[in-house]
Design a binder for this molecule. Structure first.
Ligand SMILES: Nc1ncnc2c1ncn2[C@@H]1O[C@H](COP(=O)(O)OP(=O)(O)OP(=O)(O)O)[C@@H](O)[C@H]1O
Ligand SMILES: [Mg+2]
Length: 270
């Protein structure tokens, strides 16, 4: 699909502000209508979470978000029996709640979750669309309004932390990257209140620093950090201090790399 580069969209009233890079909004809507699960991949701070919030709001769906971590088990998602005043009562987990109530269940950083999580996701992400709850003996049929969205950052993956093909191949997948420069300037200006003219040099610096990813840096400067930087400058912090605090310090602890980044910043912003 061709990215739409001809115009910079303006923030929509009421909806969480999201500037598309291409046809991802249409693809999301289609996946939703066809009841297909969606996988979003891309670097940190490039707009994945904002996109899901925007689409949930646009489609008028409740959004159940779970940030996955390496201790997250299937029971954390589905639910467990809890002791309450001497009784044992079943408490739904966020995934079960989303399946019962309908809406979008968004599992952020899915690769971090324990392996047993995939066991509950598989029957939910093929044409059966069921969630078996072994402990209660129930088998929930997902309503038409239910949609599963997962995301992860491929950069953080190791061989141990990746999705199995049998899991990946259950999703329609969209790759995210940083927006084309004029769109990213519009986003950073809109989010920070700093004028586009003052945001542009920060973007040029960010692009230079992003080019160092894989050499000296594990990750490039995210749109999120650019918004932080521009917000500090809009609040009166000097460019040099703001850049150091948001575009250099968060990227590395290595003194030599830091020095090199400061040089790049001086050369770009002077
Ligand atoms: N396309 C976009 N439209 C509007 N805002 C955006 C867009 N992309 C990034 N942003 C801005 O960047 C910030 C970070 O985006 P977001 O939290 O969605 O990143 P993410 O991809 O979910 O990152 P992570 O993988 O770290 O969770 C947002 O809060 C927003 O200010
Ligand atoms: Mg996110």
């Amino acid at each position: 699909m061709k990215p739409l580069l001809h115009s910079v969209p303006q923030p929509a009233i009421d909806l969480p502000y999201y500037v598309p890079a291409g046809h991802e909004c249409e693809l999301f809507e289609l996946a939703w209508h066809k009841r297909l699960p969606l996988l979003l991949k891309g670097p940190t701070g490039c707009g994945k979470t904002r996109f899901v919030a925007h689409m949930a709001s646009k489609l008028g769906l409740p959004l159940h978000t779970v940030s996955c971590h390496d201790d997250l088990t299937a029971a954390d998602l589905t639910g467990r029996y809890l002791l309450k005043g001497g009784d044992t009562v079943w408490a739904d987990g966020p995934l079960t709640r989303a399946v019962r109530e309908g809406g979008i269940c968004y599992l952020d950083e899915i690769v971090e979750a324990r392996k047993d999580v995939t066991v509950v996701l598989h029957p939910l992400t093929d044409d059966r669309r069921i969630l078996p709850l072994d402990r209660t003996g129930e088998e929930l049929q997902a309503p038409d309004t239910f949609m599963l969205v997962v995301s992860y950052n491929p950069g953080y993956q190791t061989l141990l932390k990746s999705l199995k093909p049998s899991t990946r191949q259950r999703f329609v997948a969209i790759e995210f990257d940083f927006l084309p420069i004029d769109h990213e300037i519009a986003v950073v200006a809109a989010e920070s209140g700093l004028s586009s003219d003052r945001v542009r040099p920060l973007l040029l610096l960010a692009r230079r620093l992003r080019a160092l990813k894989g050499q000296d840096l594990e990750e490039g400067v995210s749109t999120r950090l650019l918004v932080y930087c521009a917000s500090l400058i809009a609040a009166g912090v000097s460019s040099e201090e703001a850049v150091t605090a948001t575009m250099i310090e968060p990227l590395t602890d290595d003194l030599d790399v830091k020095k090199a980044l400061i040089e790049v910043a001086r050369a770009t912003l002077s």
